[in-house]
Every structure is written in structure tokens, then in C-alpha cells.
Design a protein around this ligand. Sequence first.
Ligand code: 8YV
Length: 329
Amino acid sequence: MQKVFVARPIFPEVIERLKQHFEVDWNDGPPLSPDELARRLADKDGALTAGDPVGAATFAAAPRLRVVANMAVGYNNFDIPAFNAANVLATNTPDVLNESTADFGWALMMAAARRMAESERWLRAGEWHGWRYDGFLGADVHGSTLGVVGMGRIGQAIARRARGFAMRVVYHNRSRVAPEVEAELNAEYLSKEDLLRQADHVVLVLPYSPASHHTIGAAELALMKPTATLTNIARGGIVDDAALAEALREKRIAAAGLDVFEGEPSVHHALLEVPNVVLTPHIASASTATRRAMANLAADNLMAALGVGPRAGRPPNPINPEVIGKARA
Ligand code: 8YV
């Protein structure tokens, strides 16, 4: 029987599904170090990960490993050239999380704009002694300009929601989206700089790569309006968190909403010290239904890549399909 390893705690029914086809070993505790993960993969044919770094050192320690299924749409934790060199298939879980993640992007943006976390902390601290006309004044979302950086599937789901708030939508992307998509979303393409100058609420939804490292740093923050908000539901490293904390402290922008951080689960100490930022622990896709769908889709990919189940041999979401059918190198 083939052996698989599940690197993170996961829905028990997904473990049960895998057990119908494989000998299953899993980690029910905190995330494993790369060395520990490699050790657990030494005799495995496949793995299900969620953000765990995987690359050449993993493959050197795991000669039978043929597939790693990431329970995430983003796969910057995977060294894809190393996967290709070893003929190991990488898969991800796109689409099933689009709407939940877009909902959460809006929740963070609105919480930042209307100062929800900051005012709640103040209320809980017993500071509320009566209504004031100027208590926690924030920025309107309706009727304002939404700037979406990264107009992929999640970016489009965010833009689609803007219609109900009568917003102008501007976007920036590596390449313009099709004219019919622009028309459907009523979205106008701008350079990154123009978007930052014009948007009242900037939402980041682009994939992380060395090219997108610090897409937003001190120079970009300086272009934004002092009343604007910045929301990052993409990846840590896309924003220079130290520069953002300073901009927030000096009120060079009004507020931020962050679900992802450079070096998470650590959070830059300066971000923890400024009041005008809403901080959440990488939960944008975390509705029960969506996380269940992601886990099952990762399991579908793992099973199909290892030749079992209804899609045997045809994994639904291959990242490097060119290795399918090649012997492990
Ligand atoms: C994941 C995410 O839950 O899908 C992604 O890219 O960021 C989240 O939905 C997280 O990455 C854990 O794998």
C-alpha cells in the first residue's frame, strides 16, 4: 500500500478518505521544521501540506515522494524548479476559496476604514463614558474608490462586490484583464503609482514571488492618501511591514487590515504597537465550508496523482503538469 503524510492537523473525515487508499501518517501538532518534515517523508509516496516549505532538501530525503498537494491556492512555499528537477508533482487548491477570501478582504477593509478593532479594544478597556460626535471617525467605504492590486480570481471576486457599495473600481495587475472582464467589473486599469494616488481603499491580492517582494514599501505608501486604508490578504513579504508600521504611526495613511505578515506567525513588533491596524492570523479562507472544500480538493489531488479514486492519473490542479508520467529523479 502506498504511504502518504499529512503535514498539518486536518478535518478527520479527510484523513478517513485517505485511509481508504493509503497508509496514512499525519502531524497533529504544531508545524514541523523542514528537517522534521523531510524525516517524516523518508518512506512516503505523497504528502499533503499547507504552507510548509518543500524543495530539493526534502526530495533528497524522500526518494519515493511523487506528489505534494498544498492546501492553499498560493504555493510560494514550494520551490517549483526543485519539483521539476526531481519530477515531483505539485498541486494547489484554486477557486474553492475565491468567494470566502473575497468576503474576508472586504471585512478587513471595512474594519480598518471604520476603526472596528481599535474602538472595540477601547470599549473593552472600559474607556467608553458616553457618545461623542467625533468618536472614532473613519472613512466611508460606499461611494469611494477601491484599488485592487492583483486582478486574479480573488481580486475579481472583491471587485464584483464593489457594485453594491457604489464604488469606483481601479486595478493594477501584471497584465490587463480581458476587456469583457473589465466591463463586467466596471474596473479601470491604472499603473501601480496612479492606483496608489487615487484609491481610498487599496486591497492586495497578488501572488508572492521575488518579483512581488515589497510591492508596497515606503515609497509606495508615500503616494497614498492620508485618509486611505491598505488591506493585505495576499502574502507576507508583499508589504514591507516595518515601513507600513511607521506610516501608520505617523498617520501617513489612515489604517490597515493585515491577514498575512513577513515571517509569520511572528508579527513585526511595531505593528503590534500601532492602534490603527486590524490584525488577523491568516484566516481569509477560514470559513468551515471553504476550508473543508480546500482539504478535500488537496486530498483529491493527492489521490489522483497517486493513481487512485475517480480522477486517477488526472489530478485536477497540477502546478507543474509536465512531470506527470515521468519517473522520479
Ligand atoms: C491557506 C492561503 O489557508 O490559499 C492560500 O494561499 O493563503 C490560505 O487560504 C494557507 O496558505 C495555508 O495553506
